[in-house]
Every structure is written in C-alpha cells, then in structure tokens.
Write a protein that binds this ligand. Structure first.
Ligand SMILES: Nc1ncnc2c1ncn2[C@@H]1O[C@H](COP(=O)(O)OP(=O)(O)OP(=O)(O)O)[C@@H](O)[C@H]1O
Ligand SMILES: [Mg+2]
Ligand SMILES: [Zn+2]
Length: 499
C-alpha cells in the first residue's frame, strides 16, 4: 500500500483552509487587504499546528498577482512558483539544520537587494530557537532596520528560547493546539477524500493521540492506511499505535497506586528493555496522570489524551484509589522528572527513583483529599481557607497593580480590571479573562496598554516581566493551570479567583 504523505498533500494553501487559529488568520487577512504589514513576525506554538503553513500562505498573499480579500489565488505565476519553492524572493531558512550561521550572514548581505521577482522579499526562518547566539545577533541587526520591502517570519516551538531583544521587535502570534473536534473533522474530511473508511472510534483514538498537532494526526492516519488499507477500525489503530502502551500505562499506574514497588520497577525495566527512552516513559506517565486527574475532576466531560475512552472502567477504578491532591503532586513530580531526564544520560536510575517517590506520594495517607484543582479546571470558586495566605499574596499584588495602573491611565485600568492575576511562572505573568471579555483582553494586548502594565509591574516587582493574557476557558489555560502558573502563589497549585 502506497504511502500518501497526507500531511503534505493536505497543507492548507489559503487562509480559509487553515484549521483553527482563527484570530491569527483573520488578523493576517485584514492586514493584507488593508496593506498594513509589520516587518517581523514571530509565530510560536506546538508542532504541526500550522506555523509554516501560515507563513507560506502569507508569503504568497504578499506576492500574489490576483490577491483577493487577503487570500492568494494559487494560480498566478508567483503563487505557483512559491508553491513549488522556486520563487526567488521567498527564502526559507531552517535554523535547525546548521544553526543558521552562514545563512544569516548571507541574509544580512542580501537583504538590502530589492526583490527580484515580486513585491516583497519574505524570509521564513523555521525553528528559529535553534540559532546560535552569533546568528541571533546578526538577525537582530537585520530586523532592527529592515528595508521596506522585506518581511521576516520567524517560527518556533519554543518561544522561551528566543531572546527578548528579538521577541520585542516582532509582532507575535501564538498558535494553539488544534482541538479534538477540529482534528476529528479534518481526519474525517481527509479520509473521505481518499476513500478511506474509518470508524468514528478509530478517528477518536487518532485525534486523542495526536495531542493537538494536525501533522501528527495526518501522519498516523497515513501509517495506518499504508499498513491496513482503506478500511480502518479501532483495532487497526491500536495495533499500529501500540495498544501495548495503553495497557502498559494502566498497569504501571495500578502498581503505583497499590504501592507495589517491585512491580513498578519490573514494569519500568520491561519498557526500558523494549527500547523505550526514560524520558518517553516519563512523558507518557504525565499524559496518563493528567488524564486521570481530569477524569476525576470532570468525569465524562474530560477530553482525554492518552487513556482510551473505552478504558474508562480502568480509570474509574484507579481514581477510587487516590485523590486529586495526590494526583497533582504525582503529576508535578513526574513533570520535574521528565524535565530533568532531558539533560541526563544513564538515567534509568533517576527514573526508578522518581517512580518510587511517586508511589510514595500516591500512597501517602497524610495527603488530605482536598479538591484543589477543581477551581482551576472547571472555574468554580473552590478556594479553601487554608490557602488564604497565598491568595492574599496574589490579591495584594493584583490590587497594587490595578491601583498603579489606575494612576497612570484610567481606561487601561478599566480594561485590566475585568481580568485576574493567575500566577507567575519564570518571567511571565499570566492574566486571565473570561471568554465574554474578549474585547478587554484584546485591548490589553495592544502595545500602549501592555506597556503601561509592564511599567507598573516593573515598578512593583523591580524586574522585567512578560505578560501573557489568556482566556480562562481555553485549553492553553488548563496547561498553564496544571503545569505552569504554579510558582509564586501556591505550593501545590494555583488558586484561581473566579467570581
Ligand atoms: N492549522 C492547520 N490547518 C490545516 N492543516 C494543518 C494545520 N496545522 C498543521 N496542519 C497539517 O500539518 C502539516 C504541517 O503543518 P505546519 O508545517 O504548518 O506545522 P508547523 O506548526 O510549522 O509545525 P513545526 O513546528 O513542526 O514546524 C500541514 O501540511 C498540514 O497538513
Ligand atoms: Mg514548521
Ligand atoms: Zn496568486
């Protein structure tokens, strides 16, 4: 059976074909239609969510001879050449391949030469976080004073690795994970167009496994198709993806929950001997624990990533053996471990120790079953008295910020007032808005308002802080809640004031 490379065949060629990312796409269509473009853009977000695709559509729209309502035609000579990769003025640089030194140097020399073929020279620099410091500096000089006819599009999966000097000179767009529903719809569309008959259950497993990345979803479909042909059932998917993984994780979790240390070590050894990397095991455990936690919080409303919906009975049993607080502590532990395993060799030992500790956490009867993360995930106001202190810290800070902003500019205060301080992680402060406050959030994101807020925060905290505004209902928010915004306001988690 031939390999289709579905993800290539299904690269969106127009803005309207892009799945999700509505805000980004709309912003660009308008900017092109109105002819107001920035000189440098920075796209960040998880893999396979459309960064390179949107960059290319943008490059086409800027050079298309028949652009209409901000969309490229895909028929004129410019569009066709760009699609074929033959257009002189659209240059793609892969920073990952050689860390970009020569290319950035060359770019500095060539960037002042006028476009040869089209309107705008567009440089797309992919995986930009891989550039060396030297290459970053060279790039910085170039984007500091770019010639009129040049536009830079930088793309990265790791925003935090991009120097602030670069970020501040770019208009930034964050690509979000594609939702389960969107992935499901796309998979069904692609399958139908290729005469692949696939059961809804099979689609659901692929969608869940791809973790918000559409490229991964299409690659999985591809693999299954090339292996199994045009009739795809749930069993085929599990066979190709490895049902083993799910059983393995479920068993590992059982062993952890029943504090069976020998079995924990035994299972880890089996997995390692089968060639699994320590870090992979840690990461899969994160997904599983996260699923178990969300399932125990939200029941059937939880969108599960790793665990199979049809194994809910397993999850039901497992959640009965633990509580949310333990799960959260275990989750933190395994996240730390996964982070640490990235940097260490010979890490079998670290992995074993970590899992033994997790087993301790899960079976520690001194850990009270407080419903901690519920407020965070479902947004009700379950703040406990014993957290009053941390809550105070946050509320005090938030009040101070609001007051100072008010002193500086009352309209900005009015916008900010509808948001809420969620937490601080490293150098980023997270401020949440409810969905109904889209207007307020977007206005706050504008430079003038953002700058006032940044100044105020700097005055109060005496350090530079990035600010990220998020919608409380978004999945990005769940990620942040479970993983990120933990730092200064809560040991275990995250108390969210949501009234
Ligand atoms: N938002 C999207 N809409 C439609 N298709 C998408 C989208 N995101 C990803 N895809 C599919 O995945 C493929 C890869 O997408 P793309 O190269 O744009 O991802 P990326 O965000 O640049 O990923 P990476 O960070 O790995 O470079 C596309 O060819 C397309 O098939
Ligand atoms: Mg890309
Ligand atoms: Zn065109």
């Amino acid at each position: 059976m031939a390999y289709l490379a579905l993800y290539r065949a299904w690269r969106p060629q127009k803005f309207k074909e892009v799945v999700g990312q509505e805000q980004t796409v709309t912003a660009f269509k308008n900017a092109i239609a109105e002819g107001r473009m920035a000189h440098a853009y920075l796209f960040s977000g998880p893999r396979g969510t459309g960064k390179t695709s949107v960059a290319k559509i943008l490059a086409k729209a800027l050079n298309c001879l028949n652009v209409s309502e901000g969309e490229p035609c895909n028929e004129c000579s410019s569009c066709l050449d760009i699609n074929r990769g033959n257009f002189m003025d659209v240059v793609e640089i892969d920073a990952a391949s050689n860390r970009g030194i020569d290319e950035i140097r060359e770019l500095r020399e060539k960037v002042r030469i006028m476009p040869a073929q089209g309107n705008k020279k567009v440089y797309i620099i992919d995986e930009v976080h891989m550039l060396t410091t030297e290459a970053f500096n060279a790039l910085l000089k170039t984007i500091e004073e770019p010639p009129e006819s040049v536009i830079f599009i930088l793309a990265t999966t790791e925003l935090q690795k991009i120097p602030a000097t670069i970020v501040s000179r770019c208009q930034t767009y964050q690509f979000r994970r594609i939702t389960m529903a969107e992935i499901t719809a796309r998979l069904e569309q692609v399958a139908a167009a290729n005469n692949i008959e696939i059961s809804p259950e099979a689609v659901a497993i692929i969608a869940r496994r791809s973790n918000g990345g559409l490229r991964d979803a299409l690659s999985i479909l591809d693999q299954i198709y090339s292996y199994k042909g045009t009739a795809v059932q749930k069993e085929d998917v599990l066979e190709v993806l490895g049902l083993v993984d799910e059983i393995f994780m479920a068993e590992l979790m059982d062993a952890l929950l029943s504090h069976d240390s020998a079995q924990v070590i035994n299972l880890l050894n089996i997995a390692l001997d089968q060639g699994k990397e320590s870090q992979q095991i840690a990461r899969e455990s994160i997904s599983y624990l996260r699923d178990l936690l969300l399932y125990s919080l939200l029941g059937d409303k939880a969108e599960l990533m790793a665990a199979n919906q049809s194994h809910k009975d397993v999850l039901d049993k497992q959640k009965g053996k633990t509580n949310q607080r333990k799960l959260l502590l275990a989750l933190r532990k395994v996240m730390d471990t996964a982070d640490r395993l990235r940097f260490s060799e010979g890490n079998r030992f670290q992995l074993e120790i970590a899992f033994l500790e997790i087993s301790e956490i899960l079976s520690d009867n001194n850990i009270e079953p407080k419903p901690i993360a519920k407020a965070a995930v479902v947004g009700d106001s379950g703040i406990k008295k014993d957290k009053a202190k941390k809550k105070d810290v946050r509320e005090d800070l938030w009040k101070q910020i609001l007051n100072k902003v008010k002193e500086k500019r009352i309209p900005t205060h009015a916008l900010l007032f509808q948001g809420n301080l969620l937490g601080i992680k490293e150098n980023t402060m997270f401020i949440g808005y409810k969905k109904g406050y889209k207007f307020h959030k977007e206005r706050m994101e504008e430079q003038a308002n953002r700058e006032i807020l940044e100044t105020v925060i700097k005055e109060i905290l005496e350090k530079d802080m990035k600010i990220q505004f998020i919608f409380l209902e978004d999945e990005q928010y769940n990620d942040i809640v479970v993983k990120k915004a933990i730092e200064i306001f809560g040991e275990e988690v995250i108390e969210i004031k949501e009234d």
